[in-house]
Design a protein around this ligand. Structure first.
Ligand code: ZN
Ligand code: FE
Length: 236
């Protein structure tokens, strides 16, 4: 089983989520996208764990800034897409689309979702129904096109939509309430958005964070997932 903890980094500025994963069968753990060192060390101490891996979804600094310091402190290996080999310093394990990464007994399928960057990847733990989406999919919105084309992003989102509806996704930033306005005005007849926002606010009040929503819920409300053709998508 996969235990998922999180750290909100750069609060009020970029609101990055770094996740700390522990395979409960073996105790092996990993940090996904370490945005900041200090709050992550604090959380690892609280949890009494020493992560063996650092998993990156893409090369942007707000997802990799803690890589070197944390890898030295914990003697952790940095894992990234082969495509990012030359731009993620210190990485030693390279993976690519379709491969599997084993965190102890928890297995993640690697899915290339180029668009936000070339070679952005997702970590999909099918058995645990957990998908770590980095800067590709956020609650009610998606990441900007820094390197890829709209066509690539549309194809990447199509891959995400093909995963089971009950998959829970864990985004790289907390942008829900920024995105809500556009999602609401995009389709005011969509009553699901009201339900979505009620749940988001209740999650925030009870757990301190909005995630996780299911892909099924996201498909009903995220305008970028509702576009069924590339043409529709590019006109959003
Ligand atoms: Zn990014
Ligand atoms: Fe980011």
């Amino acid at each position: 089983m996969l235990k998922i903890d999180y750290v909100l980094c750069r609060p009020g500025v970029m609101d990055n989520y770094s996740y700390i994963l522990t395979d409960t069968a073996t105790g092996i753990s990993a940090i996904i996208d370490p945005s900041e060192v200090t709050p992550i060390i604090k959380k690892c101490e609280e949890l009494d764990i020493k992560p063996q891996y650092i998993l990156n979804t893409h090369h942007h600094f707000d997802h990799t800034d803690g890589n070197i310091e944390l890898s030295q402190k914990y003697n952790a290996q940095i894992v990234c897409n082969e495509a990012d080999k030359h731009r993620i310093e210190g990485a030693t394990i390279f993976i690519k689309d379709g491969e599997e990464f084993a965190l102890g007994e928890s297995k993640a399928k690697i899915i290339d979702v180029s668009g936000h960057t070339q070679g952005h990847i997702l970590y999909y733990f099918a058995k645990d129904k957990a998908l770590f989406t980095g800067d590709t999919l956020f609650n009610l919105c998606i990441g900007g096109l820094f390197e890829g084309t709209a066509k690539q992003m549309f194809e990447s989102l199509t891959k995400i939509k093909s995963l089971p509806d009950d998959t829970l996704f864990y985004p790289g930033h907390e942008y829900t309430f920024h995105a809500a306005n556009f999602a609401y005005h995009y389709n005011q007849a969509n009553e699901n958005i009201i339900k979505y926002l009620t749940k988001a606010k209740s999650n925030l009040a009870t757990t301190g964070h909005v995630f996780p929503f299911t892909l099924g819920e996201e498909k009903l409300c995220n305008p970028y997932l509702q576009a069924t053709t590339l043409e529709e998508f590019t006109h959003l």
